[in-house]
Ligand binder design. Structure first.
Ligand SMILES: *Cc1c(COP(=O)(O)O)cnc(C)c1O
Ligand SMILES: [Zn+2]
Length: 440
């Protein structure tokens, strides 16, 4: 099986065996991607793949009960069953949200609920593959003492959980004071070595790359393409859940730019293997305060400069020097893509509006919703187009954001949908008045 899949430099095309620990090309320093030999996969027609994937989606047989492993041949065919570490990732709901859609100017709006998962973010999709791959390497005698990552919160939560399930030590590097309490609690609870550094995410990323230059500590950031392979199932799953109909747009919040690259890879593989015959357009959504991709997009990607990411409520995408920048530009070019940004005020109000429609939206998803509404307002997204917004994390990880919003206490945000707590004496008349005031 290892002949069907290998690592390949995205710049010069140099190939490395899938079993080699390599994150950047030895020849040119480019990132490496996992590449698959499509010839053996063509032994099934597009229709047969669709049928097989649909059958597995209804199956409770392990490991097909996972949305990632239900597509193993496309993701990581080299991993032996016994090495798979799954916590039931994938197969998250795709919700139709017409009421919210009307308010955002996107009548046919759908939300892919990636945050409703084991550790509360889409990072589970990639981490199940990465940790299973490490298990596979260890079982083949490769010496790996620990897995490590830099994180804006969710990556460390996912890594710590999957490493705990596998019994592999984990080390996580967090920017001190810059992740939510819920996100900090997760890796602590799972027994990881949690290092809070006096820097930002980009600073943590630099240090983890130094530490993992020692091959016995394995790098778990999305710079590592094994993560991308798992995350690419989200695009496949969206189309599958729409009865194999391709939406017009998929909008996704973007920070380190691994996830948008992954989304594109899954969709391209579906087209190349004949499951679909057209591609959606993609939109990357960035916080205005951490917007290097947006700034580069505005120059037609001719000019790119990392920025110093400023504090933003969308802390999981507070990234100024995205590792997968080159991957993302390739993806956006292949999908006639666009990049939009959202201010603090825009992302917070979009999240609150979504909550009013029954969602419970993290600030990153708020960024994507705000960006989608802006694209609809300028006509880039037409009113008759079907739009899927990827919700990347669970709102429950961002309680301070919610509480702050409804107290109208967030900096640079005018909370237009705030719903302040009503505190009353235990008095029936006062309660009646409060109800009367609200219901009119
Ligand atoms: C990691 C993350 C993102 C950004 O994904 P990238 O691959 O870094 O672009 C967006 N939202 C949430 C909640 C995340 O945890
Ligand atoms: Zn190279």
């Amino acid at each position: 099986m290892t002949d069907n899949v290998w690592l390949q430099c995205i710049r010069c095309g140099e190939r490395y065996p899938i079993t080699e620990v390599v994150y950047r090309c030895d020849s040119c320093g480019g990132l490496v991607d996992v590449e698959h030999d499509l010839a053996p996969l063509r032994s099934r027609s597009g229709a047969e793949w669709r049928e097989l994937f649909d059958f597995r989606m209804r199956s409770s047989e392990w490991p097909y009960s996972s949305g990632v492993w239900g597509k193993q041949e496309w993701v990581a065919p080299h991993i032996a069953r016994g090495n798979i570490v799954s916590l039931g990732e994938g197969y998250t709901s795709l919700l139709h949200a017409p009421r919210l859609g009307q308010q955002l100017g996107i009548p046919d709006l759908w939300i892919k609920q990636c945050g409703i998962s084991q550790t509360g973010s889409f990072k589970d999709l990639g981490m199940t593959v990465l940790v299973s791959h490490v298990n596979q390497l260890i079982s083949h005698g490769v010496k790996i003492r620990a897995v490590a990552c830099a994180s804006s919160g969710d990556t460390s939560a996912a890594l710590a959980a999957y490493a705990a399930a596998a019994g592999i030590p984990a080390i996580v590097f967090l920017p001190r004071g810059k992740v939510s309490t819920a996100q900090l609690a997760q890796p602590i609870a799972h027994g990881a070595l949690v290092l809070a550094l006096d820097t930002d995410f980009d600073g943590c990323m630099r240090i983890v790359q130094e530490i993992t230059a020692d091959e016995e500590i394995y790098l778990a950031n999305s710079m590592n393409p094994l993560r991308i392979e798992g995350q690419k199932t989200v695009g496949i799953e969206i189309v599958q859940q729409l009865g194999w109909e391709v939406p017009d747009w998929i909008v996704i919040p973007a920070g380190n730019l691994g996830n948008i690259s992954a989304l594109g890879r899954g969709l391209l593989m579906m087209r190349d293997l004949g499951l679909i015959d057209r591609l959606p357009r993609l939109a990357a959504a960035q916080a205005e305060r951490a917007n290097p991709l947006y700034l580069s997009y505005r120059t037609g990607f001719r000019d790119y400069r990392p920025v110093t990411a400023r504090p933003t409520l969308a802390s999981a995408i507070r990234i100024g020097a995205p590792v997968s920048y080159e991957r993302a530009v390739k993806t956006l070019s292949a999908f006639d893509g666009t990049v939009e940004q959202a201010s603090e005020d825009e992302l917070a109000n979009a999240a609150a509006l979504a909550d009013r429609a029954g969602l419970y939206t993290c600030p990153q998803t708020g960024t994507a919703l705000a960006a989608a509404a802006k694209l609809a307002a300028t006509g880039t997204i037409a009113p008759d187009q079907r739009v899927v917004v990827i919700s990347t994390a669970h709102g429950l990880k961002f309680t301070d954001f919610k509480v702050g919003y409804h107290r109208n206490a967030l900096e640079d945000v005018t909370a237009r949908h705030s719903n302040p707590l009503v505190e009353l004496p235990a008095d029936v008349a006062a309660v009646r008045r409060a109800i009367q005031d609200r219901l009119g």
